[in-house]
Ligand binder design. Sequence first.
Ligand code: TXA
Ligand code: MG
Length: 352
Amino acid sequence: MTQDKIVNAKDDAQIRIAAKILSEGGVVAFPTETVYGLGADVFNEKAVCKIFEIKKRPSFDPLIVHVSDPAEASLLWTDIPPLASQLIRYFWPGPLTLVLPKKAAVPDVVTSGLPTVAVRMPRNDAALKLIRYLGHPIAAPSANLFGYTSPTTAQAVFEDLGEGVEMILDDGPVPVGLESTVLKIEGTLCRLLRPGGVSLEEIEKWAPVVSTDSPPAGVYESPGLLRSHYAPWTAFTLFEGSSEELLKELKQLEETLKEKELPLPRIGLLSFFEKPKSSFFEAVEVLSAKKDLVEAASNLFQAIRKLDKMHLDLIVALKTPREGIGFAIMDRLEKASSGKKGFQDFLENWKR
Ligand code: TXA
Ligand code: MG
């Protein structure tokens, strides 16, 4: 596979080529401030269908539409209530996606048949230029295989989708590192569909936010709420205790395995700030040595991808505080570990 699909997002001529590909019904990957996106012209149904094919994304999972100017939202939404206008004024461009009733012009493939459409204005120059040069908003999910960790570098996009995508605009590692916050606006109410780059504390300065618990089975109000998402291939578990408690558990495991003359599992640790000095871990990825949640978020997906490449038996993640963007970090860690064996289960089943 060649890497010449990866081109410099700072080069205006390349952005123009990317816009031409989109105008001809193609699909390109581009940077945003949150994660890389896989884009198509929102009004070109066939092109939008290609996104679902390339990502192996089920057709029931709707896309976010990206605009280059708040005024463009009126091409997509039937009405913009005052609460939405206020949030837009405050948070766009930025990692906040709003869901509101859609205009008929927005194809059903984009919204998976839902009567609403999710829209945001990204805070990235190349993304904004790409939309402007195309002259239409761009429908784009994260540029990863469905269910896997979102890409925060052009290289990660290439690894996941290299075959399927015509061009990847490379703007280096993204600054936020987590997907946008998705809010559904219902009158004067904001309902949280996905925590993300804008924290609840920030949004609540403007409007109260109602959280959505997991929907009943079979109901996909927002498929991003699906359990087991953002997950690496390696068994992954979020350890609820402290690092000391984890080391204690591992010490016990070591003794049991010694008695049975069994090998220790190869474990990778995904740690918020600590770097425990322990031979238990084959690798340790520290998200932010200075305990900065914003820095931790920006490193999260790259760290998971790095550990996932090491053919470990298990990745164990330690908690972060659930405040600010830490709330979204914990959401991703929980989704990555759900559906997989928990730590105790893993230990009990190891080499049985
Ligand atoms: O930061 C981001 O949001 C990135 C960049 C590329 O913009 N995009 C992204 O897209 O994360 P994706 O497709 O991976 O996630 C879109 C989320 C999904 O959880 C989807 O279910 C939800 O938005 N969504 C989209 N349209 C919706 C709608 N009409 N109603 C409810 N949820 C919707
Ligand atoms: Mg995604």
